[in-house]
Design a protein around this ligand. Structure first.
Ligand SMILES: Nc1ncnc2c1ncn2[C@@H]1O[C@H](COP(=O)(O)OP(=O)(O)OP(=O)(O)O)[C@@H](O)[C@H]1O
Length: 660
């Protein structure tokens, strides 16, 4: 049985006369006949009107008779048609009804056409087949408007073809970036008692309290439960057999992001039986890796969890020995958590056969935006290769297995998949989806405290031109208009007379840092130190320790200390050289006003730098930067000594250059 029946119009006679001829031929002949009839009919009418009827009768009597007959027949046919159409019209929608009957329109149109052709002097008598076809076409043209009318055809005409203005495509953020889980900005007003966050063991709670932590900061209160939730059925299998979502955390400098991953990772790994590398924390510099290692080690103490740091301070062989040992023919891991810099990580993946990442559960990427920028080192692809190197084949019968992430199907989830979860942290996490895409995130979830148009907008709104970041609540920003030669006097004025110490002072190059350090030392009266790649890792470590202990009043540093370094009670940050990029500015000033405490940030600006710098800061979402003028009289007293010191400095630098 056919589902659809297609009825074709075969003319008025459906008596089977044309059944032997092909339908199309029959239709064509019929149409041609009709055209002729119409032509004759209209000709006759015209003659009647112009009084030429008699003459015409003499000339073509037989034709006229025929015409009359055909005209009568035609009239009858039209009546029939009209009748049918009016019946069809009853079935049509109200909007398809035409005020004027279609047949009438058709006639009127045809008549109008004829009139026009006569006016233009065209003879209708003896119409050639060519002109006949032309006339037919014209008639069809006149009929066009009637085609629109569904009343004429009996079919409903569907709409939606009218042209509309084309709108320019808007750029939209993926939903997970546009609608993040919001982290409260104000630390002090949103403290959460540590005991009220479920899933943290009594042992860790005791440790937190012993370290003076009674409350979790907002970022910790949000992120710790989220990580624990992804591992609530253990670290070997995701919730419901699925891979947990990767997490991205964007919260201000000093807001406590380190503990937000340290606590849940240790909590999850405390329940492990076999020691294998299950968490890898990757940080851009040795100092930062050292700092994060310390926090991990402090909370892992007293638990079975073992933490190892790979930062290049020890020999490669010593690091290998700390990672695994050989017991007979079996390799045994000696680390559950490894804290590492990208360079050293790649070294161990490629050169250390005892470095096994096949059991990795957490990949923590701290200072994630910087790590994305250093992606050209290809460390991430090396890690993923090492994680999935022994991807099991179909013959594998182990309880849990590890296969490269692909489409989720019933078959792909059986046996259970050992998940790898990426955890990204930064104070200036990029919201550029193209950059984040390089990390191959799985159903990412964003935690952010940035209430900027770019993050609060709906996915349908365009992205904001400038990236916006969150600034620490307790921070007050200033800029100090100055000239190049007054900068050293200004910094001395800050330390000696304003007593803003300890000061962390940033320069744009290690040469400037060194010159300034030498100058301040020659000037005297200030305990100063420098911090840059001029120093060995050991010297840098000692310098930071002395600064933390309060032995150094003025630490002059390159951007080596701009990111992540957590030094308690830095009262003031000075940008001796204005930073070129907003991210650098945010990380530099974030060395003060940490953990909800107050702090001051000053930026020395030359006249030509003012406009661009201030615009950059305001565009980034700064709550406001105030102008701080230092009167020339305040510096007058130091000028004489400064001139002398400048002479000495030239000799010192010359001396140093000759020695190298
Ligand atoms: N719940 C808490 N209670 C009290 N102090 C805390 C708490 N959490 C973290 N801190 C302290 O706050 C300081 C800043 O923490 P942390 O270094 O983790 O900040 P961060 O967000 O990683 O900053 P950055 O972006 O600059 O790296 C540290 O000294 C830390 O000990």
């Amino acid at each position: 049985m056919s589902l659809f029946l297609v009825n074709r119009y075969l003319g008025d006679d459906e008596d089977g006369v044309i059944s032997k001829v092909s339908h199309s031929q029959a239709l064509l002949t019929k149409l041609q006949q009709k055209v002729k009839q119409k032509q004759r009919q209209s000709l006759a009418k015209q003659r009647e009107r112009t009084g030429e009827e008699e003459t015409e009768q003499q000339e073509v009597p037989s034709e006229t008779k025929d015409e009359k007959r055909s005209s009568e027949k035609h009239q009858q046919q039209k009546k029939k048609k009209k009748k049918r159409k009016s019946t069809a019209g009853v079935l049509l929608d109200a909007d398809s009804n035409s005020s004027e009957p279609a047949g009438k329109k058709k006639r009127k149109g045809a008549e109008d056409k004829k009139q026009t052709s006569q006016e233009s002097g065209q003879s209708v008598v003896g119409v050639s087949p060519e002109s006949c076809r032309c006339e037919t076409e014209r008639e069809q043209e006149v009929e066009e408007p009637n085609k629109d009318s569904s009343a004429a055809t009996g079919f409903r005409v569907l709409g939606g073809f009218e042209s509309r203005p084309v709108h320019k495509a808007k750029r939209v953020l993926p939903q997970w970036l546009a609608e993040p889980d919001v982290i409260h900005r104000d630390i002090k007003c949103n403290l959460v008692p540590v005991s009220s966050v479920s899933g943290v063991s009594a042992q860790l709670l005791r440790k937190l309290e012993a370290n003076g932590i009674q409350h979790f900061f907002p970022v910790q209160a949000e992120v710790i439960p989220a990580i624990l939730e992804g591992a609530q059925h253990g670290f070997l299998i995701g919730r419901g057999g699925y891979r947990p979502r990767d997490l991205c955390v964007s919260a201000p400098t000093g807001s406590g992001k380190t503990l937000a991953f340290v606590i849940p990772v240790i909590q999850v790994l405390m329940e492990r039986t076999v020691c294998e590398i299950r968490a890898l924390a990757v940080l851009p510099t040795k100092e930062l890796a050292q700092q994060v290692y310390k926090v991990f080690a402090s909370y892992a103490e007293g638990t079975p969890v073992k933490v190892v740091m790979l930062g290049g301070q020890r020999s490669f062989a010593a690091e290998c020995a700390s990672l695994s040992e050989q017991r007979g023919s079996v390799r045994c891991s000696r680390a559950d958590i490894v804290v590492v810099t990208p360079g050293r990580l790649v070294d161990h993946i490629s050169k250390n056969p005892g470095f096994c990442l096949e059991h990795l559960r957490f990949l923590i990427i701290d200072e994630a935006d910087r790590m994305i920028d250093s992606m050209n080192q290809l460390w991430l692809s090396q890690v993923l290769k090492a994680v999935y190197c022994s991807a099991a084949g179909p013959e594998d019968r182990t309880l849990f297995r590890r296969t490269k992430p692909a489409c989720i199907t019933a078959a792909s989830l059986s046996p259970g998949q050992m998940p790898l979860q990426k955890l990204l942290f930064s104070a200036t996490l990029t919201q550029n989806p193209e950059k984040l895409q390089q990390l191959g995130l799985h159903q990412p979830q964003l935690f952010s405290s940035v209430h900027s148009p770019s993050s609060s907008m709906t996915p349908a709104e365009p992205t904001h031109k400038h990236e916006r970041f969150d600034f620490p609540q307790g921070l007050t920003e200033f800029y100090v208009p100055c000239t190049m030669n007054k900068k050293p006097l200004l910094i001395l004025h800050f330390v000696l007379y304003l007593k803003l110490r300890p000061i962390l002072c940033f320069t744009n190059s290690r040469e400037t840092a060194h010159r300034l350090y030498c100058l301040v030392k020659l000037f005297g009266g200030v305990q100063a130190a420098e911090f840059s790649s001029r120093l060995s890792p050991g010297e840098r470590k000692k310098t930071l320790k002395d600064f933390e202990k309060g032995k150094i009043q003025l630490l002059i540093s390159t951007d080596a200390a701009a990111r992540g370094i957590d030094i308690k009670d830095v009262k003031c940050v000075v940008n001796y050289d204005a930073p070129q990029f907003i991210r650098t500015y945010i990380h530099r000033i974030g060395r003060t006003a940490r953990a909800g405490k107050p702090g001051l940030a000053f930026t020395f600006l030359l006249r030509i730098q003012e406009n661009n710098f201030l615009r950059m800061v305001m565009d980034a979402g700064s709550p406001g930067i105030q102008r701080q003028l230092v009167k020339p009289e305040c510096l007058k007293g130091m000028e004489k000594q400064y001139e002398v010191v400048l002479q000495e400095l030239a000799d010192v630098i010359k001396d140093e250059k000759s020695r190298h």
